[in-house]
Design a protein around this ligand. Structure first.
Ligand SMILES: [Zn+2]
Length: 142
C-alpha cells in the first residue's frame, strides 16, 4: 500500500513549487501535477513556476484522506477534528426523520463538538448494541 502523503510536514504560510511539494510529501512530481490538473488542487498559475499555497495543499490532502476514510457504523464525522470519531461516552440520539431515515446525533469523544450523520432506521438495532442509544421522534412543526 502506498504511504499516505505527510501533510503534517507542510507549512501553512509557505508556498511550494511542484518540485518542492513532491519532495516534501515523498511523492512523484507527476502525482502533484495530476492533483493540480485533474483533482482540483489550487495553485497560483499566473506565474511560473506555479506556486502552491501550503494551506491549499494541506486542505487538499486532508480532503483526500477524508474521502478514503469511512466512518464505522457507530462513528460520525466530526467537522472540528476532521476525523471520524466515536460518540462521547458512547451515547447518541437517533432522531427519526422518517420511517426509513434517522439522524444520529452525538458529541465528539475527542473535542466535544456536535456530530451527526444520516443513518438508515433499520440499523437502530445494530447501533443499539454499540451505543447507548436514545430514539427520539423528530419534533413536528405545528
Ligand atoms: Zn471532534
Amino acid at each position: 500500500m502506498p504511504k499516505r502523503p505527510g501533510w503534517r510536514s507542510i507549512k501553512i504560510h509557505r508556498s511550494y513549487t511542484i518540485e518542492e511539494a513532491a519532495r516534501q510529501l515523498s511523492v512523484a512530481k507527476g502525482t502533484v501535477q495530476r492533483w493540480l490538473k485533474t483533482d482540483g488542487l489550487p495553485a497560483m498559475k499566473d506565474q511560473r513556476p506555479f506556486l502552491i499555497h501550503g494551506q491549499d495543499l494541506i486542505e487538499f490532502l486532508k480532503r483526500d484522506k477524508r474521502s478514503g476514510k469511512k466512518c464505522k457504523l457507530h462513528e460520525a464525522y466530526c467537522f472540528s477534528c476532521r476525523e471520524p470519531r466515536e460518540p462521547a461516552e458512547r451515547m447518541a440520539d437517533l432522531v427519526a426523520i422518517s420511517d426509513k431515515i434517522g439522524d444520529l446525533q452525538a458529541l465528539c469523544s475527542h473535542c466535544g463538538g456536535l456530530m451527526h450523520k444520516r443513518v438508515s432506521m433499520r440499523l437502530q438495532g445494530q447501533l443499539g448494541t454499540l451505543l447507548d442509544l436514545t430514539i427520539r421522534q423528530r419534533q413536528s412543526s405545528m
